[in-house]
Design a protein around this ligand. Structure first.
Ligand SMILES: O=C(O)C(=O)C[C@]1(C(=O)O)C=C[C@@H](O)C=C1
Length: 277
């Protein structure tokens, strides 16, 4: 089995892919969309991409691409603890005037950067691994990467500052996308199993969202997230992403759908089965 992931080597997504699948060939892609396109063109059997970070919230690129471009089924998920380090070249300067990383990784370390490197420039990269790769390839520059321990090993970089993320409970959830049924490193139900629903209201009228949420409430469905995203059809047009605890085969979630239909709501759902870490 070929597993596409947001590369290059040494990203958190690689860690997630290794946690989700015991066997398979890992194929790195430069961006989240190219990784998802590779599933549709059958270059790979499955793609692993980040979907939500505990500090920064949703990975909008993944959600929007999943909804507007490639509606690939979610076949699994995993949540990975995120520990960020500041990496520099072993043979390079100890001085740092530029810090590179994925935007989420930079945002997760704002306090540290403000305190330790208030004058350093930031440069956003496609992934933490891409930043580490750049630092490795440019020893003459005074650059550092925010990335993980795997990247430090992979690119032979020195950890100048360890655990620089501002909040200790930093975690990111990743999903596996595939048109086929795949075998996950997963055994039985998990407390983080959830169903993700995309809900579009029939029209904008007072209480429309309240009516939809009532259908969840009286079934005692535990919503763990609700978020609005633009439909991209015009200013002020939004749909909702709703996460509900439990899987589709639970009795209560399928029972929700007739009510949504009655309210004229359009919906789409994905079951996110979590691998055991
Ligand atoms: O850059 C990486 O290593 C990724 O896997 C991407 C990503 C993200 O999209 O949020 C994943 C986990 C961390 O939160 C930082 C970056």
């Amino acid at each position: 089995m070929k597993i596409g992931y947001l590369g290059p080597k040494g990203t958190f997504t690689e860690m997630a892919a290794r946690g989700l699948f015991e066997i398979g060939e890992l194929v790195p892609y430069r961006t989240i969309p190219s990784c998802m396109d590779a599933v549709e063109s059958k270059e790979v059997d499955v793609a692993v991409v980040p979907i939500e970070n505990a500090i920064e919230g949703s990975v909008n690129l993944t959600i929007d691409y999943l909804i507007h471009k490639q509606r690939i089924p979610i076949v699994g998920g995993i949540t990975v603890p995120i520990e960020q380090h500041l990496l520099i070249n072993r043979d390079g300067s100890q001085e740092v005037n530029k810090i590179m990383s994925h935007p989420h990784a930079i945002a997760q370390c704002h306090e540290f950067l403000q305190k330790k490197y208030p004058d350093a420039e930031w440069e956003y990269m496609n992934s933490t691994g891409a930043a580490a790769d750049f630092v490795k390839k440019n020893p003459e520059l005074k650059v550092a990467a925010i990335a993980n321990e795997l990247a430090a090993k992979e690119y032979g970089l020195h950890i100048k500052h360890e655990n620089i993320h501002d909040f200790s409970n930093n975690r990111t959830s990743f999903v596996a996308l595939s048109n086929d049924s795949v075998t996950l490193t997963c055994n039985g139900p998990h407390s983080e199993d959830k169903t993700m629903l995309m809900v579009t209201l029939p029209s904008d009228f007072p209480g429309a969202l309240h009516q939809v949420l009532s259908a969840f409430a009286w079934r005692k469905l535990n919503m763990t997230k609700i978020e609005s995203r633009p439909t991209k059809t015009g200013l002020g047009n939004y749909f909702f992403i709703i996460d509900v605890q439990g899987l589709m085969d639970d009795v209560l979630i399928p029972g929700l759908f007739p009510s949504l239909k009655h309210l004229g709501v359009e919906w789409r759902f994905w079951a996110v089965i979590h691998a055991i870490r």
